[in-house]
Write a protein that binds this ligand. Sequence first.
Ligand code: PEP
Ligand code: MN
Length: 338
Amino acid sequence: MVVVLKPNTKQEQIENLKAWLESMDIATHISQGLNHTIIGLVGDTSAVDMDLIRALDIVENVQRIQEPFKNANRKFHNQDLVVDVGGVKIGGGNFQIIAGPCSVESEEQVCYIAECVKKSGAGLLRGGAFKPRTSPYSFQGLQGDGLKLLLEAKEKTGLPIVSEIMNALHIPMFADVDVIQVGARNMQNFELLKELGKLQKPILLKRGLANTIDELLMSAEYIMAGGNENVILCERGIRTFETRTRNTLDLSAIPVLKKLTHLPIIVDPSHAMGYSHLVKPMAMAATVAGADGLMIEVHNNPAKALCDGPQSLTPEAFDDVAKQIFKLRPFACTYNED
Ligand code: PEP
Ligand code: MN
């Protein structure tokens, strides 16, 4: 980090700032220009509050040289992270499709969909038990019972399961869930992220509706700083001025994230697009762009789905998408192969 001081800053003020920075265990390096004095901060500056320094009277500008995320930073982890979900691997060249209903609705529904998506090649089953709905009057999910049904589907098919958590107090209920999902609306629920950081279970972290790539990485950092390194990132569309799609799928997040982090990146075209007929082209595009996996909503009867029916594929439509995806895999962009 570099701090540029205003011209005519007095020596005493420089010394005070230097002493304050050094009191935070940061070494300083001062270079005296013709007009400006520049202080270089050496060491781990991730805990330094840039805004606090910028607000000082004598400071003209502050710039970070290194990103404030360490655990999620590719610079410190050359190898792609491979998340191993009971033998099902994601990342580092391992590609997985996570498929299933938006919400678990009944035993027949989730078990039937699980059998179908497994036959089509999905590696993991998704299903929401706790649903973050915009309206409190909408179906909120079967909650604990939903998790039990998901576990039944896991037992029948052998597919590991992915389900969303909304409350840290529910963590014990997720003991047998293979991957805990943090939804877009909770990407910056920092207390929840801290609690998930104490687990040794893969976390699927979805990008918030209006969050930058850096903010997504800082949220991953919250989980990893607690000791849980198993984070999978998910691009699921961001909110823009466009109204023809539910969100705008930011596929550019894939190459950008691949450069910045070693964490696997999957794409959810279902929540990004909002309409089932738009899922296939974006699933294909995400695959070719080099995503480590996809998350796709599948429902046996989308017209009657209790949540997100319009964007859900029938098992037949999913089978067609999966076939295309597996055909495209050999053409996918690869990264960091030097
Ligand atoms: C979901 O995956 O069911 C979901 C609610 O997604 P998001 O958090 O991306 O809206
Ligand atoms: Mn959904």
